[in-house]
Design a protein around this ligand. Structure first.
Ligand SMILES: [Zn+2]
Length: 351
């Protein structure tokens, strides 16, 4: 049976007279890829031109840099909000260090922030299994609670900005959990295209994608239990994107503690890869579709973020993403997969 999924790559090149090579002609290649689900394009160019920058983590603790942090233990009780009694009778809930509070700047009607740690600055190696399991468990519980309060909000999202290059307003580790009717253009394009794929082929796109990536064996990183980890064909991040798909999880209620453990196990492996390559910051999201559908599987995405330099803190997003809504990446997914695979095949993490 021929595949229902097509991976289109347009390859081209630009030739110019290079000043460092005596103004002789030099040809630089680039690619444009088409996302097999949504048809949205992504550029791949500037290969090797972006170097991840080391963040001065120790400086973030200096009083003149740190400033006031409402998430720090000594300020939390007085300066963070509490939920209404009908949403969360306790006001705030905790599980070990993880503490759930309402967002003072809400994204939607029910918008929670997960303060993940007591410590203000937590490098990747200290975002350990316990801290991650606690945060995800408490966060998913919160999403279930707001789903029972207001089932009319169909989409559930976890989002996470870690460290300043990611756009995170506070260094103190935190995630956002919210339910919404408006989960963003990327999410809506994907869910609409997934529905269309299902109507056309009577198949779940996400399960087909896993099969196709396993067969091609160029971007399939590995499997942990029910989770499948893939270097995305079109990357939303400049240094590549890793996606984790739970093909049989369609809505929030399908997501169990076992899935949380599998997610955390994969995230810890990615953190090891990040540490090995000098990545200090990322964005991540976990998406759940609505009830009563079998075409939009739960998935997680994570992309590294970096300043382009530490001289003037140029961000790694520019007119491409901001005005053309076009992702651009300097890392080919096939190379990313090759680099990350060894961390998924190592025996030193549990699955
Ligand atoms: Zn803090």
């Amino acid at each position: 049976m021929s595949s229902k999924i097509r991976f289109h790559i347009f390859e081209s090149a630009s030739t110019f007279l290079h000043p460092g090579k005596g103004f002789t002609p030099v040809t630089e290649k680039f690619q444009v890829r088409v996302d097999p689900l949504t048809g949205r394009t992504g550029h791949f160019s500037h290969f090797g031109a972006v170097r991840q920058q080391k963040l001065p983590l120790e400086d973030y603790l200096k009083p003149e840099v740190k400033g006031f942090c409402p998430f720090c233990k000594e300020n939390r009780e007085k300066t963070t909000p509490k939920f209404l009694k009908e949403i969360l009778p306790e006001g705030r809930v905790t599980r070990n260090e993880a503490t759930l509070i309402p967002n003072l700047f809400p994204y939607d009607m029910y918008s929670g922030i997960m303060i993940m740690t007591d410590d203000h600055v937590v490098p990747l190696e200290r975002l350990d299994e316990r801290r991650l399991v606690d945060a995800f468990t408490l966060g998913i519980d919160f999403l279930r609670r707001i789903k029972s309060i207001n089932p009319g909000l169909p989409y559930h999202v976890m989002s996470w900005n870690y460290m300043p290059p990611s756009g995170g307003g506070l260094v103190h580790p935190h995630q956002q959990y919210f339910a919404t009717e408006y989960p963003g253009n990327q999410f809506m394009d994907e869910i609409n295209a997934s529905r269309q794929f299902h109507e056309t082929h009577a198949l779940n796109y996400w399960s087909e994608l896993i099969k196709e990536e396993q067969t091609e064996d160029k971007r399939y990183i590995g499997r942990i239990g029910d989770s499948h980890w893939i270097a995305s064909f079109v990357s939303l991040g400049i240094l590549g994107e890793i996606m984790c798909i739970f093909p049989d999880v369609f809505a929030l209620d399908d997501f169990t503690d076992v899935h949380i453990n599998e997610l955390v196990s994969g995230v810890l492996r990615i953190f090891k890869y990040y540490r090995s390559t000098g990545i200090f910051s990322f964005n991540a999201s976990l998406f759940f579709g609505p009830e009563s559908q079998k075409y939009f599987s739960c998935h997680f995405r994570i992309i590294p973020r970096t300043f382009l330099n530490m001289r003037d803190f140029a961000p790694d997003l520019n007119f491409f993403q901001a005005l053309l809504s076009e992702p651009i990446s300097v890392m080919l997914p096939e190379k990313l997969c090759e680099d990350v695979r060894m961390f998924f095949h190592a025996q030193n993490t549990w699955a």
